[in-house]
Write a protein that binds this ligand. Structure first.
Ligand SMILES: [Zn+2]
Length: 223
């Protein structure tokens, strides 16, 4: 657990430093037909659709948790669903700022989709599946994507990807807590989500400003 905390703190310090550099060096001006952004554009396209689908999946997991009277998991899945939707829209925005054009998936999935098929698994299984996903994304997929975006000088995209990686890492820790403490009930508001970047907070650790994007906490969404 200590190693996890050290890794989390190190990532946060790295993110704050990189965000500061990005802020000081300014935001990308939108330019058309920049081939050096090809890989970042492709990543944004694919993962915006994936995030939108995952938002719907988490909503189905929340309904399953409600049926099992797991209010703690229900609140968490609803908060993560909202965060995934915000992430998807931020990725679409980043893609368009690079001159790309977001394409909906073949089956018509778009970023407004909020209804997923009901989960056929138990809440514990849904938590475990979610934990594997969030860990993989935050520890493997997004660090590589951030490096690529920085290398391609796609600074706004790098900033958005940093927000997502940091949030997904926090989601993993919240899921782990739900798995470790299944008897903790949550009858009212349990989580807050920043509407700008999707950063997610527990009720115990709600900061005055979002440390990722500096949005004031009065604007946070409650779950
Ligand atoms: Zn934020």
């Amino acid at each position: 657990m200590n190693i996890v905390r050290i890794v989390l703190v190190a990532l946060m310090v790295f993110m704050v430093g990189l965000l500061a550099v990005l802020a000081l060096t300014g935001v990308n001006v939108v330019r058309q037909d920049e081939p050096q952004w090809a890989e970042t554009l492709e990543h944004l396209q694919q993962n915006a659709v994936d995030k939108s689908r995952q938002s719907a999946t988490y909503l189905s997991y929340a309904r399953c948790a409600a049926q099992e009277h797991r209010s703690d998991a229900e609140h968490l899945f609803r908060a993560m669903s909202a965060a995934e939707c915000i992430h998807a829209k931020n990725m679409q925005r980043a893609l368009e700022r690079l001159g790309g054009r977001f394409c909906r998936s073949d089956n018509g999935t778009d970023l407004e989709m909020v209804h997923g098929a009901d989960s056929v698994f138990s809440t514990r299984e849904n938590l475990l599946r979610s934990l594997r996903r969030e860990d993989t994304l935050s520890l493997k997929v997004y660090p590589a994507a951030i490096d690529r975006a920085v290398a391609e000088d796609a600074r706004y995209a790098a900033r958005v990807l940093l927000w997502i990686a940091g949030t997904d890492m926090k989601h993993a820790r919240m899921i782990q807590f739900c798995l470790d403490s299944p008897d903790v009930s949550c009858d009212s508001v349990c989580y807050w989500v920043c509407p700008t970047c999707g950063n997610t907070f527990t009720l115990r650790i709600r900061e005055r400003y979002c440390p990722f994007c500096m949005t004031h906490s009065v604007r946070f969404l409650s779950f």
